[in-house]
Ligand binder design. Structure first.
Ligand code: SF4
Ligand code: SF4
Ligand code: SF4
Length: 453
């Protein structure tokens, strides 16, 4: 596809990154080579590294136009002393508040995936009181935080996970998500009933339908577990999002099948594709041959039977616009209408254009699009459905919309290889730590996450 040719950055750009061996901060240069964006960086001790950042330089440059000015948090957790990324807390140099807070309630897991950025096996768990303090800190930093995600390890095996979800609800946090491999959901219907009553959105690890995909990414054939989990989630009408890890040469041929499944099942509100990032436990890889954001977009467009196009995806502007991209699609039986075909996103979201005399209607539409394209956007939530109606200028029944509006999000997190300091300073996905700091997710995984105990 051809993106509009306006060039907002030179082809030669400079940032800072990490040495993937010793994690020292190093200068990094972004260059365009054969239509791809490559990061070149040199560590004085460990030498030179070339890393693929994006397989599509035109898309990369086009996306930079949609960089929304940041909104500051109510308060910061640390001072700026050593420089980014070593002051996380958030520190006053950070350029965005936290749209989505993550709490890892346990290091333990009931699976042992060969690919696991959290490197989970057996480890420590948090007490309920600790989680309550972390939630209180989130409220202090954000004022009215909107979304918290309980994660791990495997959060569902924590004996107090339901009390933790209730503690988030008691603090008026509107959306609570559970990031889970689905093992307990497949086996414990009482637990699923509790999740339904508490209106929890389940992020279900779901990497595809092939046996080989499951065996490579999860170390076992987990397909029957996923099938049972999805059945229970449907039975108890739990808002479900499929979280699909994508690995080069493993399941790139399953984009279309996963999207089509989500589009055909009313309780599945969306899919999040997360290309493997090489933190924690992971296989060997070639840093110049990895799945990047445009690869997923192109794969979905080529494989889905619902006629999606690459141009139906739009960058999420609250963080760095090359951090993630999304599309909303209205699905009615076999027909799919992406939101990009209803409203010209670029017209409303280009933060560099000097639009003459913007009016109230313009700002209302822009706000609704910014709500939809945000790291705090949770598919199927009332806020998202209402913003969808505003963006489209229609008033539809929210119950019906909840079954028909689907979101696809592509979210390639950074590892020490492709780490870009400029991107992490505008990160809006934060790990809330037991000492009540907020650490941007990509900084946390590369710089702060200690070895498992
Ligand atoms: S990532 Fe943000 S909070 Fe962390 S050191 Fe950099 S600017 Fe500060
Ligand atoms: S990837 Fe998730 S399910 Fe797999 S071992 Fe890690 S925490 Fe457990
Ligand atoms: S988590 Fe990483 S990829 Fe996502 S917004 Fe933050 S810096 Fe960007």
């Amino acid at each position: 596809m051809q993106y509009s040719a306006e060039k907002v950055r030179s082809e030669f750009d400079q940032t800072e990154s990490l040495c993937p061996v010793c994690l020292a901060l190093v200068d990094a240069f972004l260059i365009v080579r054969d239509g791809r964006v490559i990061m070149e960086k040199t560590c004085e001790v460990h030498g030179k590294f070339d890393v693929l950042i994006s397989s599509d330089a035109d898309y990369y440059r086009w996306a930079l136009k949609f960089n929304k000015p940041g909104t500051m948090p109510k308060s910061f957790g640390t001072a700026s002393k050593s420089g980014c990324p070593y002051d996380c807390g958030l520190c006053p140099e950070h350029k965005q508040h936290t749209c989505l807070g993550i709490i890892e309630v346990t290091e333990s897991c009931n699976m042992r995936c060969p690919t696991c950025f959290a490197n989970s096996s057996v480890g420590k768990s948090l007490e309920l009181g600790q989680v309550e303090s972390m939630l209180d800190a989130f409220v202090r930093y954000e004022g009215n935080p909107e979304v918290v995600q309980f994660s791990g390890g495997e959060p569902s095996i924590h004996p107090q996970i339901i009390q933790m979800i209730r503690a988030a609800r008691a603090r008026n946090i509107k959306i609570v998500m559970l990031n889970t491999n689905g093992t307990r959901i497949a086996r414990d219907e009482g637990f699923v009933q509790d999740l339904s009553e508490l209106n929890v959105t389940v992020y279900l690890q779901f990497d595809g339908f092939k046996k080989s995909t499951s065996e490579t990414l999860r170390g076992e054939d987990a397909r029957e577990t996923k099938r049972s989990a999805l059945e229970n989630l449907l039975k108890h009408n739990v808002n479900t999002v499929l979280a699909c890890t994508v690995q080069r040469g493993v399941n790139e041929d399953e984009y279309g099948a996963v999207v089509d499944y989500a589009f055909r099942n009313q309780h599945v509100k969306g899919v999040v594709f997360q290309p493997t990032f090489y933190a924690g436990r992971h296989p060997d890889f070639d840093p110049l041959d990895r799945v990047t954001l445009p690869d997923v977009v192109k794969g979905v467009a080529a494989q889905s039977s619902f006629g999606l196009l690459q141009s139906d995806f739009f960058p999420i502007p609250c963080c760095s616009p090359n951090c993630s991209t999304a599309t909303y699609v209205y699905v009615d039986g076999g027909n799919a209408t992406p939101l990009t075909r209803v409203i010209d996103h670029e017209d409303y979201m280009n933060y560099f254009s000097n639009r003459a005399l913007p009016d109230t209607e313009y700002f209302t539409k822009r706000t609704s699009l910014e709500t939809l394209y945000s790291a705090s956007a949770v598919p199927g939530s009332e806020k998202i459905l209402m913003s969808y109606c505003t963006a489209c200028d229609v008033l539809l029944d929210l119950g019906e919309l909840a079954q028909k509006v689907k979101m696809i999000l592509v979210q390639p997190f950074m590892d020490s290889w492709n780490f870009d300091v400029r991107r992490v300073t505008k990160c809006c996905v934060g790990e809330i730590t037991p000492d009540c700091k907020i650490i941007p997710f990509c900084a946390y995984n590369n710089v702060y996450r200690g070895p498992r105990t």
